[in-house]
Ligand binder design. Structure first.
Ligand code: ZN
Length: 319
């Protein structure tokens, strides 16, 4: 299964591969964009395409592709930050490796994931090689933003930007990967349209359990006397309050859209809240207030109880 967050870039990547294979070369590519938009997956795909010598690379089946997929291709080099930083020594070691002849491919592919975490001396060490391309190295620099990079580094690279998808597009991508519609929508919303982030959430069993707990907590909320018990379900959990608020905010927005006449989503979560008589706009206001309170260091128990009282303030109103 190929990761799909960068699917919109695939024709560009194929074009780049062809350019490199036919000698019209790009020496360095800078892949930028928010977390979870598939930059690393795109870089790995491109790396496979560059070491594969078959007609339509990456073929996925040749020895080079198999080595690349297993992360053991000798000519694909990956550098990542250690304790938040890429320092000069690993960059020098990489440059040294790149000065040798490639082992089995036509060129070396050097992936620097977290290139914006290179300190200045590391970037300068990289620059020496970037400035005198030999044709036997392709650099793939990955960075959330280019702002941490020296202008001289940026100017040597062709930039490829990765944007989050709309929540709807992201949900469709997730559904195409076999994720149930309501779950896909929740994941896409929480990941703000970044499919790889959504997929990570999907693999997170804690997240699935939390979603159940949050829903159950709201469902048990029938009147003021339930507030403490319902809130207790969540405050006893060690989950990050902001994560719970993210979930509640997403549902509140969906509920609001539904109550304002948007066509119903295939989202079971929202239907459940609707049946509980929750008012979307009131819920959203309460969640936004809760966020401000958390940021002001108000105790989570108090914030959540307060939020639940607001949800109940007009229990019959659904519009
Ligand atoms: Zn291949």
């Amino acid at each position: 299964m190929e990761p799909s967050g960068w699917i919109g870039q695939k024709h560009k990547l194929k074009h780049l591969m062809r350019s490199v294979h036919t000698g019209r070369i790009v020496h360095a590519l800078l892949l930028t964009g928010p977390e979870g938009t598939g930059k690393r997956a795109a870089a790995e795909y491109l790396a496979r395409g560059l070491v594969c010598a078959e007609a339509d690379p990456p073929c996925g089946g040749c020895p080079a592709c198999k080595q690349a997929l297993a992360g053991i291709h000798p000519d694909i080099h990956v550098l990542e930050p250690e304790r938040g930083m890429i320092r000069i020594d690993p960059v020098r070691a990489l440059m040294n490796a790149l000065s040798m002849r490639p082992y089995s491919a036509k060129l070396h592919v050097a992936i620097i994931d977290g290139a914006d975490h290179m300190n200045e001396s590391a970037q300068n060490a990289l620059l020496k090689t970037l400035e005198s391309p030999t044709g036997s190295v392709m650099f793939l620099l990955i960075a959330e933003s280019a702002s941490g990079l020296l202008p001289t580094v940026i100017s040597r690279c062709q930039t490829l930007r990765f944007a989050p998808m709309s929540v709807q597009e992201c949900a469709q991508t997730l559904m195409a990967q076999g994720i149930a519609p309501e779950r896909a929508r929740t994941l896409a919303g929480l990941a703000q349209g970044a499919p790889h982030k959504a997929l990570r959430l999907n693999d997170d069993t804690e997240f699935a359990a939390l979603r159940e707990t949050v829903l159950r907590s709201i469902e048990t909320l029938k009147s003021d006397k339930d507030v403490l018990t319902s809130a207790n379900l969540l405050t006893q959990d060690k989950a990050d309050p902001m994560r719970i608020l993210d979930m509640l905010e997403l549902w509140a927005r969906d509920l609001m859209a539904l109550q304002n006449g948007a066509p119903p989503f295939e989202a079971d979560d929202v239907a459940k809240l609707q049946r509980c008589g929750i008012h979307g706009k009131r819920m959203l206001d309460a969640v936004l207030l809760a966020r401000r309170q958390i940021n002001a260091n108000v105790a989570w128990t108090y914030v959540l109880e307060n939020l639940y009282f607001s949800l109940l303030s007009h229990p019959k109103s659904t519009r």
